[in-house]
Write a protein that binds this ligand. Structure first.
Ligand code: SAM
Length: 299
């Protein structure tokens, strides 16, 4: 049974400063060490994550344990990853008695997450929660989206502009590779936009809490996922390129430029359109016609 020691609220800037000072730890800006100091926002993250006593939770970036402690109180088990070993003596103190928390020191992008999850959660589905270090938001999200790990949902605090990119639709300036990847695998929702003042020290940008609910199946039928993403990536690599030029640059084996004009014609897509104007369905159409033309990556 979880019995977290009830220390004074970790969302108080005074407590954060005192803990860091007493342990002789300075904030590392380069690691995105902006700790949450607003209880309302903490509760918004918890509400969006909808954790219950049956849940296994993976937290990314434990910091001084503010969110970890809350998660421990709600979940069955929490696996929390933190890169900065200097914070572990603080975490030992703030998470004393949280017997359902396992802390792992390391870089979330370098650790063998699959093996860690298997070791701690077995084959169980899990939820990802994190007030993410902003310098690695996209690679962390892509790592989960493109994996076969059994995550059910992700609730992440990200830079506001990144949240807007995740939820952007075709034809808008924020629409890109991240929008398509996120929307292909999940249903994204911006839960709240959050001011920089809810962190200590405050970052230079505003943030947003995003809930990503995993889809049971993608919103469009795609024969070959990797071929689909290869097409999408090509289209956004150089945003100003027309779709015909982006596809030509791929140099697909056995597909001439004339053939590509024919592929786009069969999808009823004007070859002069740009990647940022095409919907996920139109990308799926292009990839599926290329598949019919013998292009394969998945197998
Ligand atoms: N969860 C805490 C909170 O809400 O106050 C801390 C959030 S802080 C924005 C991000 C945390 O992620 C920092 O503690 C930082 O040291 C940690 N971090 C940075 N890069 C990391 C990485 N590559 N892998 C794991 N943790 C990382």
């Amino acid at each position: 049974m979880m019995m977290c020691k009830d220390i004074q609220s970790l969302t108080s800037p005074r407590v954060v400063k005192e803990l860091m000072a007493r342990h002789g730890v300075s904030f590392k800006k380069g690691l995105g060490q902006n700790f949450l100091i607003d209880r309302n926002i903490l509760m918004k993250i918890m509400d969006a994550a909808a954790i219950d006593k049956e849940d296994f939770v993976l937290e990314i970036g434990a910091g001084i344990g503010t969110l970890t402690k809350e998660l421990a109180g709600a979940a069955k088990q929490v696996l929390a990853i933190e890169i900065d070993s200097r914070l572990f003596p603080i975490l030992d103190e703030t998470l004393a008695g949280c017997y359902n928390v396992k802390l792992v020191q390391g870089d979330v992008l370098k650790l063998d997450i699959k093996q860690l999850l298997e070791q701690h959660f077995g084959e169980q589905p899990f939820k990802v929660v994190g007030n993410l270090p902003y310098y690695i938001t996209t690679p962390v999200l892509m790592m989960f989206l493109e994996s076969d790990l059994p995550y059910e949902s992700m609730v992440v605090m990200v830079q506001k502009e990144v949240a807007q990119r995740m939820t952007a639709v075709a034809g808008t300036k924020d629409y890109g590779m991240l929008s398509i990847a996120v929307q292909f695998y999940t249903c994204p929702e911006i839960v709240a936009v959050v001011s920089a003042n809810v962190f200590f020290p405050p970052p230079k940008v505003d943030s947003a809490i995003v809930l990503l609910k995993r889809r049971q199946s993608p919103p469009v039928d795609v024969q070959d996922h990797r071929l689909f993403f290869k097409v999408v990536r090509a289209a956004f690599n150089q945003r100003r390129k027309t779709i015909i030029n982006a596809l030509t640059a791929l140099e697909l084996k056995g597909i001439s430029k004339e053939k590509l004009y024919d592929v786009l014609d069969r999808c009823s897509i004007d070859p002069r359109r740009r990647g940022e104007d095409l919907t996920i369905q139109q990308y799926a159409d292009i990839a599926n016609v290329l598949y019919l033309e013998g292009q394969r990556i998945d197998e």
